[in-house]
Write a protein that binds this ligand. Sequence first.
Ligand code: IFM
Length: 472
Amino acid sequence: MLNLLILLFLFLVLLTIWLNIRHHDVKWKEHRISIDDFRFPKGFLWGAATSAHQVEGDCRNNDWSRWEKSFDSEARPRIKNSDTAGMAADHWNRYKEDLRLLRELGCNSYRFSVEWSKLMPRPGVWEQSAADHYIETCMTMRDTGIEPNLTLHHFTLPQWLAERGGFEHPDSVRYFADFTEKTAETLGPYVDLWATFNEPVVYALMGWVRGVWPPGKRDPNLAARVLANLLKAHQRAYRILHKTVRTDADGDGVPCKVGIVKNISIFDPARKWWLPDWLTTLTLDRLYNHALLDAFRTEQFRFNLFNTVRFRKDLPGLADTLDWIGVNYYTQYLTRFDLKSELKIRLEPKKKLPRTDMDWAVYPAGLYRALKIVRVFGVPIYITENGIATQDDQLRKRFILQHIEAVHEAILDKIDVRGYYYWSLMDNFEWAEGFEKRFGLYYVDYQTQERTLKNGAQIYGDIIKNSQTIDE
Ligand code: IFM
């Protein structure tokens, strides 16, 4: 018996050593970064990103507009400071000015989303005036040398669809297909780069596990079902887009490239020599980062969380539905096994690192690691979001510089990164956090809607203007 215990102990020690070696942190040198050394591939897209509900204003007919006015079970408002998106940054009316500001920084691409509830306010109804607005926006981009990168779904649903169960219900796949087809017919002549869904795992986690976004449920099994429906909807939209979008708007020989946008967070054990922390780290990494993406290789979506969730769904035909992957990267978390918490997991930022106003650790090496995670798919990668909420100009400046340096390192290591979008172009409505958190390159005075370039954002324009092309 004693021998057996000794053997078990040795096995656990060896396993921990092996885990530390196999998943060792990248060596990241903190050195002086000179933007004059930056070289990026020819045709690299430099941009900024936004999403409809967060900037446009006047989104009255979606699930978020209802949610913002509701209260939780303890009568607390859903949104910090009882904010509602309201007119947000009035981008709907000021898009021309905003595109000019984007161009002034030297950007050549804009990632944005269209608001489903404005285009389809009722089931089967297509609102031509909203469609005309997006046509105008895309035409303005094309006229000013800005490549549109369009996301079809960025967290919001038309209220009528939310009432029919949203992505919990299998019919959502058909509704999304219909919306995709009409949007593709309308904007296909101007848009080559399409993303189906923004951050599916975040969407499912916040709405169906943490319950802090609509529909406010706490049921991980339902979250898994939502994710499977999103994957099905992606697959169908992929085929529709390729069939419908026939105009090669940017003249590169390919009329339509379809991707999905995945938020990647880096998880590391809080205590590297404590096996339970490794267990939670690997479980979380699998669920948050890999489960959804792996379905694109295995055509099977598996979502298992200890003994809380066991979900498996075959998705035949999913494998060849990615022309590119979008990576949204913000932070690293240290992971702790915690018996007291509901899911047995506790997350914390590393103490030594600077923090953003979201209380996220600033960890640029994580962007490099995130890019390594997705390189295995062998398709072009766009960093579709990376940014910081802070009032500290120096921190924003350093954040931008260090993260673009991480992208540069990845490109030197032959990772196929084709573009970088800062989140976000201007301050906006940060979901449950309301307007307090300011990610923008441009400061927005919400009283006057005046935009002002932040001091810490100037570096982004300098990098773009200085960056040189890699010799072929
Ligand atoms: O504002 C969000 C965005 O909608 C999705 N990605 C993360 C951003 C910052 O939290």
